[in-house]
Each structure stands twice: as structure tokens, then as C-alpha cells.
Design a protein around this ligand. Structure first.
Ligand code: CA
Length: 513
């Protein structure tokens, strides 16, 4: 290790400590092509995959991102393709032995004067969209909520030009559940906080059935509204489907009227609450897309905004890199508590660390969960971590927060919405049509192959970094300005233009009855 290798060709080594580099050209590297002045690749290595730079003995660490991501299963020669077949997984960092805070010095000068056009809410939050949410207390009424959203969009929305969309907040919870289980706190607070998402303008109507366990009153008490905020389909006042629809539309019209009175106004960039997430990652995600998102995250923090990163199983193996960024002892304890809780949760289900990465991640060059985690945390930038949220909790502080969520794209997105996210950034290497109707989702491609192939599904191509066309800094600024434009409604993201939106999925670790 530490041997100086003068790289040539299409490979990237992230730190000088690394004994592997990543192939970044779209076609991969064929056998015999040079990766250094003296050495050549010994077999074809696809884009996103690793090449050994120096001899690595059996049992020796394989180093990428300056950290051991595994050990060699056999002797590896310079030019060999390093992948899960010749790499062994090493244990995750123990929560008891994590490094303490390191004074990283000032983050950079505060960024002043950056603004966007948003919707100011009574509770102090700011929306980036103006959405009528039709919430539900139980899955039984999901069909009705969808029917109403469809009718309103077709027949009414044209009369309320300031309202952007109507969305049914459907979910699988509400009945057949053990409400007295301590674990029900997670889905219940997630639903309560979802309804407080800034893009709903503190105006959410709730449809209930009547006999369910989770009461609509429990969901809207948080909104402290004097208005009528919910109706039950089993209400004796409704004689048949037609009357239910009529009653609900009457209620919806009041909401539409109030939402229509909302106008965009100039807001400081500090009003943004941005959720960072990746899905369908590849070997370039940690080199291009995630560092670009991380650079933009640092800019947001300098502008006073709130930013979240999540996905417990994808930070678990990089904890030793995160704890030095936490100054407050109680925040550090909360992180360790959340991680330990999740370790136990996975253990109960007998899940081991090989459950992640996915087959697609592996094809894209990610050999194991450690390598995936080291790339994943790049999207959290370098700012101090000021807070840790339990699943479904609302964000409390400006700066960088770790919102503890599963890595599942739809569950993470749902929990970040509940935390108060008003803008979402999603980085992908393999490609995902992921989108949410409640907040704009900016999709970033980690490589130019995907952005060319999915030219109408990707908003920003961070593959330009691997192609040598742009720097991470340049693209980070580009993303920062793009976020302000999207938050202002001046630019429409691809998934909104195409109407590609996922379902909400609650995280319910509790028993179902
Ligand atoms: Ca994810």
C-alpha cells in the first residue's frame, strides 16, 4: 500500500491510500489496456468496477475511499478485476468503539442572499408545491380517496389555478394492527407528521371509514384546526356511494378555496428541507452523483437550510466516518441507539449483511455493503451532523440531520416526507423511475450511459464528472441552483412531467393482527 501508481486511462482512485481504482469509461476497459504507465488490465472490467493497482496478498485489506472495504480471498495481481468473488466481507464497525468528534474547522462562509419562490405556511414551514392532500385513516377507504382525487383533478382543479395537484395519501395501516404495541408509535407518528408536510399548507382533509382502530381524530389533532377536517364513510347521513362522493366533494371545495388563496412569495434558501436519497446505485454513484449531492448539501447548510440523509443499512458500515462529524454527545448517543435498534430488528428477522447490495448494485460494480455505504454517505457532504431523527419524527434543526429510515426507496421517501421534506434529491446509477407526487424529486444519474438511455427520465447527469467534462464543485453548484428553480416552480422535474409517482409505504415494525 502507498506505492505510487501513476494512473493513466479511464480509472479513478479516490484517495492515495487506495489499492484499487474504479473504471469510469462507459465501455469498460478491455484486457491489455493501460491503467498506469507500466501496468495493464488483465481481463475485461466493466464500468463502475474495480481494478487492483498493486499486488494484494490473500487476507490483506482492499482499500477504497481510504478505508478497508473487504479483504482479499486470494492473491490479487495488479490489473485483476476486484469483485465480490475475490473479496471477503469484514465485520461492521462496533458501535462501542466509534471515533469521537474531530474539529473539522469552519464549514465555509455562510451563503447569503439565495432565495426561492415558495408558499409560506401558518406554522412557519414553507411549501414548494401547493397540493390538496386527501388523507385516509385506514386502507379500507383507499379506493374512495383515489376516486375523489381523480374527480377533483378532472372536474374542479381548473377553477383553482393556484392549486398544483390533488393527492390521495393512501397507506396499508389503520386496522388489523396492534395499536397498543409500543412499535405502533412509528407508523402512527409517520401518518400524523405526513399530514403536516409543508406542501399541504396545513390544510388536509381526512377520510375515515368509521369502525377502524386508528381514528381520523388522532391524525388531525396535530393540525389543531377548528375546521371540519374529517368525514366517515359509515356516517348515517350518507345514503349510498353518490351521497358519500357529494359530501366529500363539498368538503374538498372548502379546502381548494383556501389552498387557492396561497401565493408564492420570496423565501430564503434556509426554508428548504431537502431529503437526500439514492436507489439503484452503481460503482460510480459514490464517485460522481453522491459527492455532487454532498457538495450541494454543504452549500444548503451554509445557506441555513435543513438537509437530511437516511438509509440505516447503507450508513451502518461507514459509521466510523460519520461519528467524528457529531459534536453533541446526546446526538451521538441517539445515532448509536437508532443503529443498535435496527441491528436488533434485522437480527430478529435473521437478515445478514449480505442482504444488501442488490444483484443490480453488484452488476454495477458494488461488491459489498461496506463499499455501498462508503459511496452512499458521500451525499451527506462534510457538514457537522446536528441531529438524529427516529423513523417518522419531524425535523428539528437547520443543518445536516441523519433521519433514521430503512434504505428501501419508498419507505425512506415516505419517512423523509413525514420529517417535513419539501424537496427530494434522488441519485441513481442503474436507473429508477422513482417519483413522489407530494414534493418535487430531482433525479441525478451517476453515469452518462444512463442519462443518455433515460434522456427523458433523468434531470441531471453527474456522469459528466466521470467523463472529465465537469468538476464535482461545478456540478454541486449547478444542482444547488437547480434546486432553487425547482422549489420555485420555475422548472418541472422529469417524474412530474411524466406523471411517474410511487405509492407511500409506511415503516411498520409492529405486529399485524
Ligand atoms: Ca434508497
Amino acid at each position: 500500500m502507498g506505492d505510487k501508481v501513476n494512473l493513466v486511462g479511464d480509472v479513478v482512485r479516490i484517495t492515495d491510500l487506495d489499492n484499487v481504482a474504479t473504471v469510469v469509461n462507459l465501455q469498460g476497459m478491455s484486457a491489455g489496456s493501460h491503467f498506469s504507465e507500466t501496468d495493464t488490465v488483465r481481463e475485461f472490467i466493466p464500468m463502475g468496477h474495480k481494478v487492483a493497482l498493486i499486488p494484494i496478498e490473500e487476507g490483506q485489506s482492499i482499500i477504497k475511499y481510504g478505508t478497508a472495504i473487504g479483504k482479499a480471498r486470494c492473491a490479487i495481481k495488479p490489473g485483476d478485476w476486484v469483485h465480490f468473488k475475490n473479496m471477503e466481507l469484514i465485520p461492521a464497525p462496533e458501535v462501542k468503539h466509534l471515533p469521537g468528534p474531530v474539529n473539522s474547522g469552519p464549514l465555509g462562509t455562510p451563503l447569503e442572499g439565495y432565495t426561492f419562490e415558495g408558499y409560506k405556511n401558518k406554522d412557519g414551514s414553507t411549501g414548494t408545491k401547493n397540493v390538496l392532500a386527501i388523507a385516509t385513516s385506514v386502507q379500507c377507504v383507499a379506493g374512495m380517496a383515489e376516486h375523489l382525487a381523480h374527480l377533483i383533478k378532472r372536474d374542479l382543479l381548473q377553477f383553482y389555478p393556484n392549486v398544483d395537484d390533488v393527492v390521495a395519501i393512501n397507506h396499508s395501516y389503520g386496522c388489523g394492527i396492534a395499536m397498543d404495541s409500543a412499535l405502533s408509535a412509528i407508523p402512527v407518528r409517520t401518518l400524523q407528521n405526513l399530514l403536516r408536510n409543508p406542501n399541504f399548507g396545513n390544510e388536509v382533509m381526512v377520510l375515515g371509514l368509521g369502525c377502524e382502530k386508528l381514528r381520523p381524530e388522532q391524525l388531525v389533532s396535530e393540525l389543531r384546526s377548528e375546521k371540519r377536517t374529517f368525514m366517515y364513510l359509515q356516517d348515517p347521513e350518507f345514503n349510498g356511494f353518490g351521497e358519500m362522493v357529494e359530501g366529500a366533494l363539498k368538503m374538498a371545495k372548502d379546502y381548494l378555496q383556501r389552498l387557492n388563496a396561497r401565493k408564492r412569495a420570496t423565501c430564503p434558501a434556509s426554508d428548504l428541507v431537502v431529503g437526500m436519497q439514492c436507489g439503484g446505485s452503481d460503482g460510480l454513484s459514490g464517485i460522481t452523483g453522491n459527492p455532487v449531492a454532498g457538495f450541494a448539501a454543504d452549500l444548503l447548510v451554509r445557506a441555513g437550510a435543513s438537509v437530511m440523509f437516511s438509509e440505516i443499512t447503507e450508513v451502518r458500515d461507514a459509521l466510523h466516518v460519520l461519528t467524528p462529524r457529531i459534536e453533541d454527545g446526546s446526538v451521538r448517543k441517539k445515532l448509536i441507539d437508532e443503529i443498535s435498534w435496527y441491528d436488533q430488528y434485522l437480527k430478529r428477522g435473521r437478515a445478514d449483511r449480505s442482504a444488501n447490495p442488490t444483484p443490480g448494485n453488484r452488476q454495477g460494480g458494488l461488491s459489498n455493503v461496506i463499499e455501498k455505504a462508503m459511496g452512499s454517505i458521500a451525499k451527506s457532504g462534510s457538514s457537522p451532523i446536528v441531529d438524529v431523527l427516529s423513523p417518522g419524527e419531524r425535523i428539528r434543526k437547520p443543518g445536516m440531520t441523519f433521519a433514521a429510515t430503512p434504505a428501501s426507496d419508498f419507505i425512506c421517501g415516505t419517512l423523509q416526507l413525514a420529517a417535513g421534506m419539501n424537496l427530494h434529491v434522488f441519485i441513481t446509477g442503474r436507473g429508477s423511475p422513482y417519483g413522489l407526487p407530494m414534493v418535487p424529486v430531482i433525479k441525478i444519474s451517476s453515469n452518462s450511459r444512463l442519462s443518455r438511455q433515460w434522456h427523458d427520465l433523468i434531470d441531471i447527469n453527474a456522469g459528466a464528472v466521470a467523463d472529465g467534462d465537469k468538476s464535482i464543485e461545478q456540478m454541486g453548484w449547478e444542482l444547488f441552483h437547480y434546486m432553487l428553480d425547482v422549489a420555485s416552480g420555475k422548472r418541472q422535474v422529469a417524474c412530474d412531467r411524466l406523471g411517474l409517482h410511487n405509492d407511500l409505504v409506511l415503516f411498520n415494525p409492529g405486529p399485524v393482527t
